[in-house]
Design a protein. Structure first.
Length: 230
């Protein structure tokens, strides 16, 4: 934790051990089996968390509010919209000079599959209490899964590349950047007709702090990275 003039400040991406690597460097950086496993576990759990929040019926993930809103206006499935938005967001990486990797492409393609499988297996809760429990579990699981696949250092997810890219260029914490992105996405999705609920609001407010909490504990330290939390 660095200390500023007003006290402790949130760790930067460099402090956390996240390194800027080209796709080739990501694959040669070491600890690849561990990192690939962590990547796929994280992506699968992310898809599961999406499905859990949808099944809870108390609001969608902010990006899913956008996906649903867009789907109302075009003759494409929800899953197709998720994939297309993922690749559209990649275009925003260009001015930020972010470098996609294996994890970036896997994120764009696998999360939708994991969400579809989870939706097919998960029943909808029968009572409000179970709805709330599933909603809260989904939000925490999403923060954990986000930290897992970012921490694998195989390239951030398409949407998370915006967060890490902005964090490298602005004197603002990962927590505030992530929360700001989610709030903007919710507003745009809502204007397009997306479904917003209490789960959406809680997610937008909590995902930044949750990601910042889990990430230092889940970054896979590469051989020549400075020592720190594993």
């Amino acid at each position: 934790m660095r200390v500023g003039h007003d006290g402790p400040v949130a760790p930067s991406t460099e402090d956390l051990g996240l390194r800027r690597l080209t796709p080739a460097q990501q694959l040669r950086a070491g600890r690849l089996p561990r990192r690939l496993t962590q990547l796929m576990v994280g992506l699968t759990l992310f898809g599961l968390s999406m499905a859990m929040l949808i099944r809870a019926g108390l609001g969608m993930l902010p990006w899913d509010v956008l996906h649903y809103g867009v789907a109302l206006h075009v003759p494409l499935s929800f899953g197709t919209i998720v994939v297309l938005v993922s690749f559209a967001v990649l275009l925003l990486w260009i001015p930020l000079r972010e470098m996609p990797g294996l994890g970036t492409i896997a994120n764009a393609l696998w999360i939708g599959v994991a969400a579809d499988v989870s939706l097919a297996l998960l029943p909808s809760p029968a009572t409000l209490g179970w709805q709330v429990a599933m909603m809260l579990g989904a939000i925490v699981l999403n923060g954990l899964s986000t930290a897992l696949y970012i921490g694998a250092q195989l390239g951030p997810g398409t949407r998370d590349g915006l967060m890490t890219g902005l964090a490298r260029r602005l004197p603002v914490s990962l927590r505030l950047i992530r929360t700001g992105i989610e709030v903007v996405v919710v507003l745009v999705g809502w204007l397009l007709g997306g479904v917003v609920g209490v789960g959406t609001v809680l997610f937008a407010l909590a995902i930044g702090p949750l990601t910042q909490f889990f990430l230092p504990r889940l970054v896979v330290r590469l051989p020549d990275a400075p020592p720190g939390p594993a």
